[in-house]
Structures are given as structure tokens and as C-alpha cells.
Design a protein around this ligand. Sequence first.
Ligand SMILES: N[C@@H](CCC(=O)N[C@@H](CS)C(=O)NCC(=O)O)C(=O)O
Length: 204
Amino acid sequence: MRLIGMMDSPYVRRVAVSLKCLGVPFTHEPVSVFRHYDDFAAVNPVVKAPTLVTEGGIVLMDSGLILEHVEQLVPAERRLTPTDLADHARAQRIIGLALAACEKTVQMVYETTLRPAEKHHQPWLARVRGQLLAAYRLLEAELGTGDAWLFGGRPLQADITAAVAWRFTGFALPDVARTDAHPALARLSQRAEALPEFASSPLE
Ligand SMILES: N[C@@H](CCC(=O)N[C@@H](CS)C(=O)NCC(=O)O)C(=O)O
């Protein structure tokens, strides 16, 4: 199985960390959607990271769809999704908030780095920043004050995606990912980044 994309993409990183947590072997190819466009297009002409090429040679994209597939490769007890229905709904909410935070961070980065300065649209940036702050405010409230993983003794997809999102925004937009305003996210991130599955998939 081949995972294609750079670890500075939170979507690539959540897939890499998840594959390691699931114990599914894969090779990682750090190909950039910007710097190595043609190489990326040779594998996936749509040039979306992450791209996963399955053992059977099927080219998948979109981290959520990739994770849905790879979860099927392991026994139920190793999966990263809670089975209890109420836990499942809460996990999906946390993942949704974290993915919205990733998307809004990416939008701000693209607007400010890919477009010339005179074309930065300030009302759009202000709107996206507001959405990003709302996502992290709600995510912080979901995490609570405890120091345990969200659903028991090991990190599941909600922990992974929330931690990956926070680290990504902290790297890309440090003025947004402020520890003083988000102590629970900062604690989760610190705990997660210390795990071998995270440490061996560094963002930088
Ligand atoms: N919803 C997608 C988002 C993936 C995404 O937007 N990836 C970015 C890299 S962070 C990308 O491929 N950008 C290149 C482009 O969209 O042209 C997922 O979960 O995988």
C-alpha cells in the first residue's frame, strides 16, 4: 500500500498516523501537490493529497474515504471508531470540527501564499478566520478537562484528527492556535505527539 503526500498536510498526516495505529503496513512517498505536480499527477491526475494506492492498485483519495477503507482491513477491536452509538456520534462531531479547522487553516494559507498580496480578499480572510476560531472554540469545549483519551484507553480517530489539526494550525497560523485559549487541545496535542505513531510522522 502506498501513501502519497507530504506530512505538512493534516489530511496526509491523519492517514499516516491512523495506518500506524491500525498496524496496517504501507510505504510513504513524500510527493508535494505543489512542488512535484507532475510526479503526483502520474499517480493521481486529480493531484489530491492524500492519495492511497491499495494493494490491488486502486487509487483512492480523500482522507475520510481512505480511512473508511483501511479500517475494513483490521479486526473490529483494532479499529479507531467507537462502536457505541452515542460515542460514535460524539466522535463524528469532534472529527467534523477538527476537519473544518483543517479546511479553514488551509484556505487561509492558500489565500495568503498562493495569491499575490494585492489580491488577498480581506472580508474572505476575516470570515474564514472567524469560522476557524469557532471550530477550535467548540472543539476545546468537547475535550473537557480530563487527561485521558476521548474514548478510553487508546487514541481513536477523534483524538488523532483533533491532535493533527491543532499541530497543523499551530505550525501554519500560530496566532490562532493559542495554548492559553485552548488548554485542552494543547494537552491532547502534547500527549499525542509523544506517541511513536505521531513522532514517526513529523509534520516538518
Ligand atoms: N477533504 C480532503 C482534503 C484534501 C486536501 O485538500 N488536500 C490538499 C493538501 S492539504 C490538496 O490536495 N491540495 C491540492 C489541491 O487541492 O489542489 C481530505 O480529507 O483528504
